[in-house]
Design a protein around this ligand. Sequence first.
Ligand SMILES: [Zn+2]
Length: 135
Amino acid sequence: MLSGLQARLQMPQHIDLAIVPLERRMVSVQRFREADGSERFMISLDQEFFDSLSHEELKAAIAHELGHVWIYSHHPYLQTEALANEIAMRAVSRESMKRIYAKLWVHLGTTGDLDELLGSEKKTAQHNRNVRLAP
Ligand SMILES: [Zn+2]
């Protein structure tokens, strides 16, 4: 799934994924710099959260973290949740992003603004149309 998404998003970076016993944010990505200067990324997924996800939701969670990796690799873009989601939605639907946030918020005992995180429904549809029309 990870390499499929990387191919879809044209991301050649070295990225590993680990299911860990406890990840307070449920899912996160870390960047490491090797001695030779090359970069490596590690996505960590909380075991219990991972167990609760459908195939589609897992894909959305990974796509979001790949969004962060994309931002790390595209200076001078700033790390924001909204931009990570914008990148993610090149590969997964807005609907599955909504579902992963709903599940995330249950696990974190919090909530947030979907329009802020995912862009308004209308704008996203317009954006997707433009992307499809691009040569
Ligand atoms: Zn994020």
